[in-house]
Design a binder for this molecule. Structure first.
Ligand code: KE4
Length: 426
């Protein structure tokens, strides 16, 4: 069944830590072994053993228009015939910058980087420079890439000062990071009062995708916006996942909020390495070489990534795109819930637009502590049964699953059928 994948995995484990270039791909949390993928087209991926799957990972979000979209392929071929990277400015970067600033009214200027991690790392540095303050606030369960000052867990007790969430992070870094429960505006209010003017920024995923999908409670974002404005704190929306995913203008369009700095990635690169951070002109003009805040990157604004990003946003900007994504995502998620009801398995479905997750819990999931109560053993069984049925979900209870424009109604119907069969077997 997966002979070639197994052989490659054994080889990979000798050369690459855990056999993968990013931990979640190793299938560790679902107790399986990763499939090595050979190719993909539209909503399908094919592993090295020739098995076909309906893909709901979409490279963790970027492939919202589907794999190997003909328009992206033809544009990328034209770009690559003129070279791959010049280390010099190109018209493509200006074009993508225009598209993003038109989509996000809060973004007056933008800097391209090569990953979401680089985007959030740079945004934090910029917020600290702009406010001349050191402390930052993040929320439990929000993942912003592997940035030292953001791989921090809540401190013990009232201290709330952060503790490193990975070896190799000095306590000195972590102690400037305060971690609070998501959706708890009173805790934010208290901390801002207590910490007075020492907080540089608050960074969050406006809709969490990294504990599974958890939307903000009604009013949470609006109150956060008010509190940060009144305290001179920079509000950073990490929209690496939600940007152009939940709406063309991301969560900011959905909830009608303007962040001070926005981090983007994934979709704006259409599957090629990309990240970006942008915001108010007066803040962004502090970034080198316009200002003193240093940040650089050999391949930032790479012509291939810009080409794929431009073409992806052109497709997404067509009228009716997000209505179509909503329609197929709603049909899929209703089918999953009906299957769970029929099988008598309690699930809680978190969804915003075409990003969703199935929590194996009876309770509503509103933050990290409630997400953690999910039955991960049940999820693992479900995941492996779905995989055997040809459905490739995110290999973790605490990840988002993505629907793309390439998913057809027959893909959805097949997924609902396999879901029903799987839930009856768990
Ligand atoms: P990258 O450095 O992986 O491009 O982006 C980091 C990042 C930042 N912000 C948010 C909201 C993110 O979701 C991510 C990365 N997401 C993970 C999936 N949960 C990428 C998959 C992986 O780590 O392999």
């Amino acid at each position: 069944m997966n002979i070639k994948s197994k052989e490659l995995f054994e080889k990979a484990k000798k050369l690459i830590p855990g056999g993968v270039n990013s931990p979640v791909r190793a299938f560790k949390s679902v107790g399986g072994e990763p499939l090595f993928i050979k190719r993909a087209l539209g909503s399908k991926i094919y592993d090295v053993d020739g098995n076909e799957y309906i893909d709901y990972v979409g490279s963790w979000g970027p492939l919202i228009v589907g794999h190997s979209h003909p328009r992206l392929v033809s544009k990328l071929i034209k770009t690559i015939e003129n070279g791959t990277s010049y280390g010099a400015p190109t018209e493509l970067e200006v074009h993508l910058a225009e598209m993003v600033t038109e989509a996000f009214p809060s973004i007056e200027m933008i800097r391209m980087v090569n990953s979401g991690t680089e985007a959030t790392m740079s945004a934090i540095r910029l917020a600290r420079a702009y406010t001349k303050r050191d402390k930052i606030i993040k929320f439990e369960g929000c993942y912003h890439g592997h940035v030292d000052s953001l791989l921090v867990k809540a401190g013990s007790g009232a201290a709330t000062l952060g503790l490193p969430d990975s070896p190799g992070i000095p306590h000195d870094f972590a102690r400037n990071t305060i971690t609070l429960p998501f959706n708890d505006i009173e805790r934010v209010r208290d901390i801002l009062k207590k910490e007075d003017d020492t907080i540089a920024c608050i960074i969050l995923e406006p809709i969490i995708g990294n504990i599974g999908v958890v939307p903000p409670k009604k009013g949470f974002l609006q109150e956060l916006r008010e509190l940060t404005k009144n305290n001179g704190v920079i509000l950073i929306f990490d929209e690496v996942m939600t940007g152009f995913r939940v709406a063309y203008g991301g969560a900011q369009e959905l909830y009608n909020i303007k962040a001070d700095i926005t981090c983007l990635g994934k979709i704006i690169g259409g599957g090629l390495p990309v990240g970006a951070y942008g915001g108010k002109r007066e803040i962004m003009e502090m970034v080198a070489p316009a200002g003193p805040v240093y940040q650089a990157g050999t391949l930032s604004g790479n012509p291939l990534a810009m080409t794929a990003g431009i073409e992806t946003l052109k497709i997404l900007s067509q009228p009716g795109t997000y209505k179509k994504l909503e329609k197929i995502s709603d049909k899929l998620c209703r089918g999953i819930e009906e299957g769970a009801q029929e099988a008598g398995i309690p699930v809680y479905l978190g969804r915003v637009g075409s990003m969703f997750s199935v929590f194996f819990t009876e309770k509503e999931v509103t933050d990290y502590s409630t997400a953690k109560k999910s039955d991960t053993t049940l999820f693992s069984k479900y995941f492996l049964l779905m995989l055997r049925g040809g459905i490739y979900l995110a290999p973790s209870q605490f990840e988002a699953t993505f629907v793309s424009l390439a998913h057809s109604m027959s893909d959805i119907e097949k997924t609902i059928t396999v879901n029903q069969e799987s839930l009856k077997k768990v």
